[in-house]
Design a protein around this ligand. Structure first.
Ligand SMILES: NC(=O)c1ccc[n+]([C@@H]2O[C@H](COP(=O)([O-])OP(=O)(O)OC[C@H]3O[C@@H](n4cnc5c(N)ncnc54)[C@H](O)[C@@H]3O)[C@@H](O)[C@H]2O)c1
Length: 432
């Protein structure tokens, strides 16, 4: 690359990040919200750390189906905040006893709808993790409940506050990239395929029935917990549901289009007998009114062979805009006399995220200063894109989508996959 044609814009991202930090610190004298965490695993603890650091939260309860995760997380809160929160394995008891003002929900996605709606009913504002739902009708029910109970929902799509992504969005909206007809979003994650190891029983500290909740019964496997639920379609919608929602959200945010009209997806497993069923490789094509989105995910191949293993390419008439993860953002103008623009990321550790900024935005929304930047309606639409692709993957057919009515057209089997049966005593959320 010609160095003279290579402009670093990390200062823009850096300035935006430091401004956010100033705002966060300024909040330390403000009201403290009674806050609980439901799902005290990897990401829940990342959110909890930022909630505690914000100065707005009194952590009054921790709930996880795993008692060891509960104990460790409560001890962390005591160390950082000087007060040991009560722990629970059943979130319903936590909500009833603690009557929190804020609930953080960071459980596996088959729990998101039920727990979010129950938290709203209890009177909580909710910071919930993506994807918002496991089936499309659950997402519709969360949107309806948010309207009914009038509380703020912020969805953990922290890329909406990532400084390098904001610069990228600004370049797209300014017309610098030109007219965009095609977008490619990808996640290449060449992690080793592990073969599932069945165990005679879950470990004694894990309440497996509470972990499964509304999902169909499946025996405990060594790879499910922690974090391995992503491999099972009973609890997840694969990588397009997990990672894809971040990029689908960016595409909708830039375009202001609300939904695709046609969706087709295919993919498969490297080893069909490995014991899990979330696809190892998958492509999806989502056709919008004015552009087409291609999604690609695979575990095949080496990370070193891909220039950027995670991100989204916007192909415009004036050049290509890339929004990435640790790579930051790039603009490659078609005109070779124009410099390539690079914007470094300004994410926080651990794990490269901008939860701090999203949490500040959440508190601002609770205090009536603004609408949440990753609110439930846009996050529902982004999640729906991934879930439609999974319905196509499962049926092997193109899905025709009426986005206004939120209905799949002319395909009763695909339509039936907009919801699922819940395992008793859990009840599928009503649309009210
Ligand atoms: N926004 C992001 O960038 C981002 C990144 C990573 C994960 N996530 C999301 O965070 C969520 C959790 O993912 P993770 O990687 O932290 O998984 P994890 O397995 O580390 O944590 C999930 C926890 O939920 C607990 N749990 C299960 N059922 C429960 C119940 N009924 N009540 C209370 N706790 C229960 C599990 O025991 C586990 O400890 C997922 O929705 C995931 O998509 C978001």
């Amino acid at each position: 690359m010609d160095r003279r044609k290579f402009i670093k814009q990390s200062f823009m991202a850096g300035m935006a990040a430091s401004q956010f930090r100033v705002n966060v610190l300024a909040g330390s004298k403000n009201k403290k919200y009674r806050t609980v965490l439901i799902g005290a695993g990897w990401w829940g603890n990342n959110i909890l750390g930022e909630a505690m650091a914000s100065g707005y939260c009194d952590i009054v309860g921790i709930c996880d189906a795993d008692e060891i995760f509960n104990m460790e997380t409560a001890a962390r809160v005591e160390k950082d905040m000087g007060k040991l929160p009560k722990t629970y394995t059943d979130y319903r008891e936590l909500l009833t006893e603690q009557k929190p003002e804020i609930a953080i929900i960071a459980t596996p996605e088959h729990w998101h709808a039920v727990q979010t709606i129950d938290a709203l009913k209890t009177g909580c504002h909710v910071y919930m993790e993506k994807p918002i739902a496991h089936t499309i009708n659950e997402g519709k029910a969360i949107v309806a409940s948010q309207k009914k109970y009038g509380k703020v929902i912020q969805v953990g799509l922290h890329r909406r506050t990532s400084p390098h992504i904001l610069v990228g969005q600004e370049m797209l909206r300014s017309g610098k990239v030109g007219e965009i007809k095609m977008i490619k979003a990808c996640v290449y994650s060449p992690t080793a395929n592990t073969i599932v190891q069945p165990l005679p029983a879950p470990p004694p500290h894990l309440h497996w029935d509470l972990y499964l909740g509304p999902a169909a019964y499946q025996p405990f496997e060594s790879s499910v917990h922690p974090r391995g639920f992503r491999k099972y379609l009973n609890m997840t919608n694969g990588t397009i549901g997990d990672w894809g929602v971040h990029w689908m959200d960016q595409i909708l945010w830039w375009s202001e289009e609300k939904y695709p009209k046609k969706v087709y997806s295919t993919g498969g497993m490297v080893d069909p007998d490995c014991g899990y069923d979330a696809p190892d490789f998958q492509t999806a094509t989502l056709e919008f009114e004015n552009f087409t989105v291609n999604w690609e995910h695979r575990r095949l191949g080496g990370e070193r062979s891909e220039k950027s293993p995670v991100g989204t390419y916007f192909y415009g008439t004036e050049g290509i805009l890339f929004m990435g993860f640790f790579d930051g953002a790039y603009f490659y103008p078609n005109d070779e006399d124009q410099p390539i623009v690079q914007v470094n990321h300004a994410m926080h550790e651990p794990d490269g995220q901008n939860i701090r900024e999203l949490w500040k935005d959440f508190i601002d929304a609770i205090e009536g200063k603004k609408s949440p930047v990753a609110g439930i309606e846009s996050s529902h639409r982004a999640t729906t894109m991934s879930l439609l692709a999974m319905i196509s993957y499962k049926t092997g057919r193109q899905i025709n989508w009426d986005g206004e009515k939120e209905m799949i057209l002319d395909d009763p089997e695909a339509l039936s996959l907009m919801k699922r049966d819940y395992r008793a005593p859990w009840v599928y959320p009503e649309l009210s």
